[in-house]
Design a protein around this ligand. Structure first.
Ligand code: NAP
Length: 306
């Protein structure tokens, strides 16, 4: 019987692990991927985490994991499929690798990439369609890439790709970026990045690999085929809450309803990081959530003992 089971090993889960170690809780971290670190490992460069300017996302994710392990965290490869509440108020976390009995649960499973849902996206995945510029960008050195989206990830991807690709088109459905101003101005200063404003992708096409991306201008309705070798999709994230939405309350987008105290609708289950309802989804706020979740776990365990 664990004091807490932490589901997910991104910034929130690993921060929770660091705090749980220091609180001398009996805990385990579950991660469904062989590699921990969460979404940040797919980010080119992180420039807004205090004390570590310009750190590579992969490096930062690995540092989080090393830190947690150094303090004694055990990370097991297991994909959580559900949570059962027992009559005595404790929980069983059901996973692909067996069951974990625990007094509390910290849900820190984060979010994954949204899909565009256009023809060609699925068929050409891995053949030019990608959701990770840091992973796949190097394959398109000297070639033409399209980035879809106007947020931080799209901007970071475009800047990264522009270093190796001959041309990068950024397709955005509006006429202004959502991305941080510093990234937007960097993009404006990069000669081989070209913006395609007010445009949406209607199809990704090619014979066995990406050869063109079809755009529709949302103002004029005009359609054009942009010759391209790759299409990097960065249109936001969806929370990974399918396994938990029967147990805790989620909002209309699937995020677990929880405030900064990480307290969910189910006493003893806490939600930290991108998986919960919040205004600002950043590494620094995910790490803060992990710390708050462990404090909430400790309060819960003390109250139960009384
Ligand atoms: P995001 O900020 O939600 O941006 C998604 C972008 O895709 C928006 O520009 C949106 O357009 C566009 N979009 C959404 N659905 C679309 C569709 N169906 N077709 C075309 N365009 C679509 O997502 P993100 O850039 O993936 O970032 C996710 C979160 O991680 C954000 O909260 C971000 O701030 C955070 N992040 C943090 C860091 C860091 O901590 N350093 C780094 C990267 C990302 P609209 O603008 O019109 O809505």
């Amino acid at each position: 019987m664990y004091d807490t089971v932490i589901v997910g090993s991104g910034a929130a889960g690993l921060s929770a692990a660091i705090y749980a170690s220091r609180a001398e809780l009996d805990f385990v971290v579950l991660e469904r991927e062989a590699l921990g670190g969460g979404q940040i490992i797919n980010t080119v460069s992180v420039d807004n985490y205090p004390g570590l300017p310009g750190t590579g996302g992969f490096e930062l994710g690995q540092k989080f994991e090393e830190h947690a392990k150094k303090l004694g965290a055990r990370i097991e490869e297991a994909s959580a499929t559900g949570i059962e509440k027992k009559a005595d108020g404790t929980f069983t976390v059901l996973t692909s690798a067996g069951e974990y009995d625990t007094r509390t649960v910290i849900l820190a499973a984060g979010a994954t990439h949204s899909r565009l849902g256009v023809p060609g996206e699925e068929e050409l995945a891995g053949a030019g369609v990608s959701y990770c510029a840091t992973c796949d960008g190097a394959f398109f050195r000297g070639k033409t890439a399209v980035v879809v989206g106007g947020g931080d990830v799209a901007a970071g991807d475009a800047l990264f790709l522009a270093r190796g690709c001959s041309r990068v088109y950024v397709v955005h459905r509006r006429d202004s970026l959502r991305a941080a101003a510093v990234l937007a101005s960097q993009m404006g200063r990069t000669p081989n990045i070209e913006m395609k404003w007010n445009s949406v992708v209607t199809e990704i096409g090619g014979n066995g690999r990406v050869e063109y991306v079809r755009l529709r201008n949302v103002q004029t309705g005009e359609e054009t085929d942009l010759p391209a070798d790759a299409c990097f999709i960065a249109v936001g994230i969806v929370p990974q809450t399918d396994a938990f939405s029967r147990t805790v309350r989620v909002d209309e987008k699937g995020y677990i309803v929880a405030g900064e105290d990480t307290v969910t609708s189910e006493p003893g289950i806490f939600a930290a990081g991108d998986i919960r309802t919040k205004r600002l989804r950043q590494v620094v706020t995910a790490a803060a959530d992990g710390a708050n979740a462990v404090t909430a776990v400790q309060d819960f365990l003390v109250r139960k003992q009384r």
